[in-house]
Write a protein that binds this ligand. Structure first.
Ligand code: GLA
Length: 731
């Protein structure tokens, strides 16, 4: 039984394939957190809590003089502000205008088959029959007020993951102000964790970092209105000895694309607490009587199989139970995007030249990027005016799409629906559509302002324009971009006192419009983007099966970016393109072959003027496209292995995929340094069948040999050389 509720003991034990999670209602009705770790039995693990009278650790009212009971150090399932717990908490709220304080006690619970749903928010789903997933809902109630907190748990037994979310219900008869509502909290007994997280910047996202958690609070967060390039809403707590292949670690991924916050606190007793959810800075949600507020979902994994085990669980769970797109299992079109080829300087002839080459070389799609609308010849004007600039293009969008289709290619288009330039018809007509504080000059970024997507009328206005373009031409792919961080958060439409709701309402609005887009065009392939990977999070994957991973297209820097991204997100979601050299972001020169191998790590494409390539490079394109088409299933949905780390091995970064049915595997390696008098690099394959025989480059090896002995990689012949090896299982 995935959820075991022992009523008489007040004990809830959640089991997945290899992990167990437990909570218990204690004598005071407080829901304690008692266990999260390797799969175990249904014992009551509250014996691990040591009651003791500690100085400066007070008692909740009804505990009277029971001085060894204190919420200041007891592990709790959903700690709150105002009952003597001074650590980071899950929730802070109170009646409007009053001192915030809560004291949550157990009220009721239900266990149901299938997965709970979250209105207006991305959430993982169960299989067709709602099989293999159970929902536990535990309702807590404030001791004094009619405030109910519903803790939701989705237990995916086979996938080995647990999801969590929180719903707050106000039945007080008056307004409640929510100042913080985290999606989850988890307490660990004295444990010494390393924090592994993924920081970055524009054009250098998800750089892995591992540090010991110090005493006090550590925060990984964004208050940019998006999940951001700078921190990713995914963190890992790993035991000191956790490695790629073994050791205990827990991962937490937030399914949310706005300002978020993950906090870790090591307390006075060296216990660790982790909370995760919407960033509470500036957050204040006015919950009227009878209303509910839902905090976004977290997906969590515990494993003792190291980071590979962690990754496999996240990747598979997200692939099977989060990504909805009909494109999930289809071969993604190998596309050419004109951005780095032309930037804003294009017309029909130029685009058709690229398209003709693409068609000749075996590609599937042309994507027209920024600059086709309004007065958009630079990034200073035109955003918000989604009207085709036929003068610049030299034809209508319909004609362009038809011409592209005539070459056997499909056609895709770029939008940035959430933005506006002041130099645009939209802004001239509706300046109040932009988020800005009255009387203050706006903070501009890329010379643009952010549209107030918390407003339905604004979204509907944009939607109408976008749909009109999509209705007009045969467009099968949309790249939805978002090119700045949000600041000056003031909405002209929200009443006084509600401004703390804007950022979250904005995210809900963006999700709603994405949903409308997919409802209207169910076959659309939606690619997420925010200046590359500024909104690469599990929330977006509910709408977009692939996301432009970074504006940095340099193959070598992509090694680290894609390495970091792979920890949580399926490889099929990582959009990557071959671009020209010297690379436009950092000037580096790499072999064409290596650029292809790096871009083939995920959803593959090109971003250059194919018509300007040498014959040799064109031949290489043909080879790459063929290779990708033959192996896309392994790449998109095979088991992914990081074989070496670009952070630890200065000479080679290698990775591999093993097909679901084990019939073939691919190993790719990029050499990042050169040496005189070299010794060939030896890399061990992973995930093969030890007893099977595989053919690699015309030679036969047992799986055991490839995994234990490894194989010798060719010695690199030039800077940033690379190789790709295919292992085919013999029958
Ligand atoms: C962002 C995207 C790029 C490109 C430009 C266009 O930076 O990440 O791929 O679409 O915008 O302005």
């Amino acid at each position: 039984m995935a959820v075991n509720y022992q009523k008489e003991k007040g004990l809830f034990t959640l089991h997945t394939k290899t992990s167990t999670y437990q909570m218990k209602v204690d004598g005071h009705g407080v829901l304690l957190h008692t266990y999260y770790g390797p799969k175990t039995d249904d014992s009551d693990y509250s014996y691990l809590i040591m009651p003791v009278d500690r100085g400066f650790s007070g008692q909740p009212g009804d505990a009277g003089n029971e001085r060894d009971y204190s919420l200041d150090f007891y592990p709790q399932e959903y700690p709150v502000y105002g009952n003597g717990d001074y650590r980071i908490i899950g929730m802070k709220a109170g009646r409007k205008g009053q001192v915030p304080a809560l004291d949550l006690r157990y009220h009721s619970s239900t266990v149901t088959k299938g997965k709970y749903r979250l209105e207006g928010l991305p959430a993982m789903f169960a299989g067709e029959e709602e099989d293999g997933v159970s929902t536990l809902e535990v309702v807590l109630k404030d001791d004094c007020e009619e405030i109910y907190v519903h803790l939701l748990y989705g237990v995916y037994e086979k996938e080995d993951v647990i999801t969590r979310a929180v719903r707050v219900e106000n039945r007080t008869g008056s307004t409640v102000e929510l100042k913080r509502v985290m999606s989850m909290s988890v307490d660990f007994y004295r444990e010494d964790f390393d924090l592994i997280h993924f920081h970055g910047k524009h054009a250098m996202e998800r750089q892995m970092e591992r540090n010991a958690l110090p005493h006090g609070i550590t925060q990984i967060s964004s208050r940019r209105g998006t999940s951001s390039h700078h921190h990713n809403p995914f963190v890992i707590l790993g035991k000191k000895d956790a490695t790629e292949d073994r050791g205990e670690c827990c991962g937490f991924a937030l399914l949310y694309s706005g300002s978020f916050q993950a906090q870790m606190e090591v307390d006075q007793l060296h216990q660790t607490r982790l909370t995760m959810g919407i960033n509470d800075e500036e957050f204040c949600w006015r919950l009227e009587d009878g209303e509910t507020f839902t905090a976004p979902e977290v997906c969590m994994v515990y494993t003792d199989e190291g980071f590979t085990g962690l990754t496999h669980r996240f990747q598979k769970a997200f692939y099977d139970h989060l990504i909805r797109s009909p494109w999930k299992n289809r071969r993604r079109p190998v596309l050419v995007n004109n951005w780095e080829a032309t930037y804003f300087d294009f017309n029909k002839d130029k685009l058709m030249e690229i398209a003709r080459q693409a068609s000749e070389l075996g590609l599937d799609m042309l994507v027209l990027d920024d600059g086709w609308f309004g007065a958009r010849d630079t990034d200073n004007a035109g955003l918000g005016d989604w009207k085709v600039n036929e003068k610049k293009l030299g034809c209508s969008m319909k004609e362009l799409a038809e011409a592209v289709n005539g070459l056997g290619l499909s056609f895709g288009l770029w939008f940035e629906p959430e933005m506006v330039n002041e130099d645009s018809d939209l802004y001239r007509e509706h300046p109040d559509f932009a988020l800005q504080i009255p009387g203050r000059p706006p903070v501009r970024a890329r010379n643009q302002l952010v549209l107030d997507f918390s407003r339905k009328d604004v979204r509907e206005y944009v939607e109408r324009q976008v749909f009109q373009v999509l209705d007009e031409a045969n467009i099968v792919y949309v790249k939805w971009d978002m090119n700045r961080s949000i600041e000056s958060v003031y909405s002209a439409a929200l009443p006084e006192g509600s401004q703390g709701e804007i950022l979250h309402r904005y995210v809900l609005g963006m999700y709603e419009m994405s949903e409308h887009l997919l409802e209207r065009y169910p076959e659309l392939l939606l690619e997420g983007c925010s200046g590359g990977g500024g909104r690469f999070d599990a929330g977006m994957l509910y709408y977009a099966p692939q996301i432009w991973c970074s504006d940095n297209t340099d193959a070598i820097e992509r090694l680290k970016i894609q390495y970091g991204t792979s920890f949580c997100y399926p490889m099929s979601t990582i959009s990557a393109h071959v671009s020209v050299c010297p690379n436009h972001q950092n000037g580096r020169v790499t072999p064409f072959k290596t650029r292809g191998i790096c871009a083939m790590q995920g959803a593959f494409g090109y971003e250059l003027d194919l018509s300007k390539l040498s014959e040799e490079d064109k031949e290489e394109v043909r080879r790459q496209v063929k290779l990708y088409k033959e192996n896309y299933q392994v790449i998109l949905n095979g088991a992914y292995y990081r074989l070496t780390s670009p952070w630890e091995n200065p000479d080679v970064t290698a990775w591999s995929y093993v097909a679901e049915d084990g019939s073939r595997a691919i190993l790719a390696a990029v050499f990042t340094d050169l040496h005189g008098n070299p010794l060939a690099e030896r890399v061990r394959w992973k995930g093969l069948d030890a007893y099977a025989v595989y053919e690699v480059e015309g030679r036969e090896y047992t799986g055991a040999a490839l995994m234990r002995g490894g194989c010798l990689l060719p010695v690199p012949k030039c800077n940033y050389d690379s190789c790709m090896l295919l292992a085919v299982k013999k029958q």
